[in-house]
Write a protein that binds this ligand. Structure first.
Ligand SMILES: C[S@@+](CC[C@H](N)C(=O)[O-])C[C@H]1O[C@@H](n2cnc3c(N)ncnc32)[C@H](O)[C@@H]1O
Length: 288
């Protein structure tokens, strides 16, 4: 049985203890504060956490240390995904290059969402960036191919059938694709690209917990499905309202989630307990 643990505490010390205890993970998902210079409250007005920093350098210094701790907790086939927005993602990319080495950079995923437009004389900001790094570029990383629906144009030509490239040898002796042909096999869709359009959680959605900055389960489910196998464990050092453990429980993955905010821990446990009960996995014990 895969285990889900929610731990209240500073993620720095907890990650050090996990390392000393020999625990290792197939995926580390880091969803830290974004350097937004504001405080966050729950829907009912309770203080949840602060994202105010003396300077961007302080924010980046703390983040670099935690990226480095999380990297050391990965198995050789593992990946780390760092979730930020344009407030600090460009500086953070350079930090990750330093911690992992540029050869470990694997993807920049754009999570595109739609929300109520802001009043501003600028293009609307409606995306986050998820940077993925692999632990060891010389090892085949966990990667399960996911698919998305074929474009309408492709569906018009190939319907829902698999295409095959027709190759011909050119003057240089190499095979070149001349055209695509339709096969009798049904298509699984197009291999998933790195631009993901997934809606934010609507206020009336039952998935909504009321914890601020909550991410949609559909977004994290893609990461878990693509980058881990059933039975693997995920490290989630910025647990928030418990989105990653909820996704892991539903997908037979283990998860260690950490948060320094008692409100986050309470809300994550409130979310997890009924899920664990439904699956007959509730032990009645909350790990602290
Ligand atoms: C962006 S939120 C995570 C949201 C979460 N992924 C979700 O879907 O609900 C960031 C969380 O990190 C926590 N946090 C920030 N710094 C931390 C630290 N050094 N150690 C542990 N938790 C921290 C905050 O309390 C906050 O709950």
């Amino acid at each position: 049985m895969t285990e889900v643990r929610i731990i209240e505490g500073e993620n720095e010390g907890v990650m050090e203890a996990l390392y000393a205890g020999g625990e290792r993970f197939a995926l580390a998902y880091l969803d830290p504060p974004f350097a937004s210079q504001r405080d966050y409250e729950t829907r009912s007005g309770e203080f949840a956490f602060s994202d105010k920093w003396v300077s961007l350098e302080t924010f980046l210094g703390e983040l670099e240390h935690r990226i480095s701790l999380a990297r050391d907790l990965l198995i050789d086939e593992g990946s780390l995904v760092l979730h930020l927005d344009c407030s600090a993602v460009h500086e953070a990319k350079l930090l990750c290059d330093k911690v992992f080495g540029r050869a470990c950079f694997a993807s920049e995923i754009v999570w595109r969402y739609r929300r109520w437009p802001a009043q501003c004389r600028n293009f609307q900001r409606m995306h986050d960036i998820l940077l993925r790094y692999v632990r060891d570029p010389n090892v085949e990383c966990r990667f399960n191919q996911l698919y998305e629906p074929l474009s309408l144009k492709t569906q018009g030509v190939f319907m829902q059938q698999k295409q095959k490239a027709k190759l011909s040898t050119g003057g240089d002796g190499k095979a070149h694709r001349v055209r695509s042909i339709r096969t009798a096999e049904p298509s699984l869709g197009a291999p998933l690209s790195d631009v993901w359009e997934i809606g934010v959680i609507a206020p009336s959605d039952p998935e909504r917990t009321g914890y601020p900055t909550q991410k949609p389960e559909a977004l994290l489910a893609r990461l878990v499905d693509a980058l881990t196998n059933p039975g693997d464990s995920v490290l989630d050092p910025y647990c928030g309202g418990g989105t990653m453990p909820a996704v892991c429980v539903k997908r037979d993955r283990g998860c260690v989630s950490i948060d320094s905010s008692p409100v986050a821990i309470r809300m994550a446990n409130e979310r997890l307990d009924p899920l664990l009960r439904q699956l007959g996995l509730f032990s009645g014990v909350t790990t602290k």
